[in-house]
Design a binder for this molecule. Structure first.
Ligand SMILES: [Zn+2]
Length: 301
């Protein structure tokens, strides 16, 4: 059984056909900037092309989208970083256009599902996936399934308050983890400290070169991440924690070790799960969306 996964992002839409544990076909287009209808049309065209070229019958389609989803109605409430994408009945529109059942899943949840079944957390009964990139997201998988929560917002790890009264977050709250430890927060703090625009790769380069100013910023952020992970461990107690995303990739094992130490320190004697680097990289979103679609097929995942 093959399923099509679509990963809707602010800059690109990635697609892939998953058969067994392998992507047998993949594609990528730039996300249109003209609003929801343009994004829908582009997505439908790319999906039809992928279905035609798949080389295997595709039974269902899954879409990973950023931001909150009304799962019951199949509506994307809004997608941060995509212009004018609000209350979009994505499931109905795609089912009509593609003539296949469509599953929607939050993008971090989709990546969590992918790492759980086919990536770093393979074999674990439960796993918590954290993505640290421009923003910070999370997803919990237990007994093979994403735990979405009653209101579809379980695993919104980036919006745990770690610094009360701290920098204001995109969500409106002050001191969210995302506001102090994401790629955006690192670039903001680095640009302020160095009084020039500085992105995360440059900040990490200066940190590796041993610059004290860069180290303070990188290590403070890693510490907040560890603090939030210790809370997540106590709340959900996952068997393993997987960390992915651009910042995690850029920071590498040295950064991860720093996070690990902070995680253990903040857990203060409570058991901590092994902290593993994500394995699927950028493919996690597409693979996870395709896995979400498997639940719709008669044979199940
Ligand atoms: Zn927030």
């Amino acid at each position: 059984m093959a399923t099509l996964g679509i990963d809707l992002g602010g800059t690109k839409i990635a697609l892939g056909v998953l058969e067994g544990g392998r992507l047998i076909q993949r594609g990528r287009i730039t996300t249109p900037r003209e609003g929801a209808e343009a994004v829908l049309q582009a997505m439908i065209a790319a999906a039809n092309e992928a279905l035609a070229e798949a080389g295997a019958p595709v039974t269902a389609v899954g879409v990973g989208t950023p931001g909150p989803i009304d799962y019951e109605r199949g509506v994307v409430v809004f997608a941060p970083n995509i212009a004018r994408f609000r209350d979009v009945p994505l499931r109905a529109r795609l089912e009509e256009a593609l003539q296949r059942p469509v599953a929607l899943e939050n993008d971090a949840n989709a990546a969590a599902l992918a790492e759980h079944h086919l990536g770093a957390a393979r074999g674990a009964a439960s796993s918590f996936f954290v993505t640290v990139s421009t923003g910070i997201g999370g997803g919990l998988v237990a007994d093979g399934r994403v735990w979405r929560g009653a209101y579809g917002q379980a695993g919104e790890f980036g919006h745990l308050t770690v610094l009360p009264g701290g920098p204001v977050c995109g969500c409106g709250n002050a001191g969210c983890l995302e506001a102090v430890a994401s790629g955006r927060a690192l670039a903001r703090d680095a640009s302020y400290a160095y009084a020039e625009p500085l992105d995360t790769p440059e900040l990490f380069a200066r940190w590796r070169a041993g610059e004290a100013k860069a180290a303070r910023i990188v290590e403070a952020a890693a510490d907040y991440l560890g603090q939030a992970l210790a809370d997540a461990q106590k709340l959900w107690d996952p068997e393993v924690v997987v960390v992915g995303g651009g910042v995690a990739l850029g920071g590498g094992e040295v950064w991860l070790e720093r996070v690990r130490r902070a995680f253990e320190r903040h857990a203060a004697g409570w058991r901590t799960a092994p902290l593993l680097p994500a394995r699927l990289g950028e493919d996690a979103g597409v693979i996870g969306a395709a896995l979400a679609a498997r639940a719709l097929a008669p044979e199940g995942p």
